[in-house]
Design a protein around this ligand. Structure first.
Ligand code: PGA
Length: 242
């Protein structure tokens, strides 16, 4: 793992955006795996600024998001589809056809999961996957206990994850109970992974990632087995660790 420490969240976001932009400029037809949540927001905002100023083109980029809630439609402000359009896609030159997010409103979720795997395979897989980490070590919505062999599947969200995400909803009972997520083996098939960590609330998870055992109780530990992982984190996330 390559570890890059930054002063703060803003610097982490700038560095992550530069990292991604450099890959796009080098390989215009890149398949990007994208993540939602608070952590990548600043990165997306820097990518938008760069698009406006330096005109990095997304004309040939394809994107594949990690996950989506079951039961929230595209217009729901808390759906990840809405999040991506609002925070990135609507502000760069990318068409809807180039962006992929599992459909959490489909009648047949199993079919969506299988279709997502097939799509990834047909499109040549993910070149660079952006990741965040949950305090419990989840990656995507792969909660502790998820098999390292898992592919895209429907998950029941851990109560701790629902609580962490409740801040975006008007009340806890509005937080979806299920989601679709790329599996751990799906994520590991990415040629390269860029993990972002920010804030002291993530420092325990980072410590566990670096020094804990590699097993399914802490899903992110599997990243230690991947050949090409870069972690960009701020001082607070690495506090007392590196
Ligand atoms: P966060 O979520 O970026 O909102 O902290 C990360 C995650 O749960 O994967």
């Amino acid at each position: 793992m390559r570890i890059l420490e930054t002063k703060n969240y803003q610097e982490m976001s700038q560095l992550a955006a530069e990292y991604i932009i450099e890959k796009i400029r080098h390989s215009a037809q890149i398949n990007l795996g994208l993540a939602t949540g608070s952590t990548p927001l600043g990165t997306y905002s820097e990518m938008i600024k760069d698009f406006e100023k330096d005109e990095t083109s997304y004309q040939h980029v394809r994107t594949f998001n990690l996950d989506e809630y079951v039961g929230l439609d595209n217009k729901h402000p808390n759906s990840y589809n809405y999040f991506m359009r609002e925070n990135l896609f609507n502000h760069i030159n990318i068409t809807e056809e180039q962006t992929h997010i599992p459909n959490g409103m489909a009648a047949n979720i199993e079919k969506v999961c299988q279709g997502y795997e097939e799509l990834l395979e047909k499109q040549g897989g993910i070149d660079l996957q952006l990741l965040g980490i949950g305090k419990n070590g989840h990656i995507g919505f792969n909660e502790p206990g998820t098999s390292f062999e898992s592919i895209t599947h429907k998950v029941k969200l851990a109560q701790s994850t629902r609580l962490a995400n409740a801040r975006f909803f008007t009340s806890m009972d509005k937080v979806p109970t299920h989601a679709i997520t790329m599996g751990i083996s799906t994520i590991l098939r990415s040629k390269e992974i860029l993990l972002l960590v920010s804030g002291e609330e993530k420092s325990e998870a980072v410590k566990q990632l670096f020094y804990g055992p590699i097993n399914e109780n802490f899903p992110a530990s599997v990243l230690n087995t991947h050949q090409n992982v870069t972690i960009i984190g701020d001082k607070k996330a690495f506090a007392g660790i590196i």
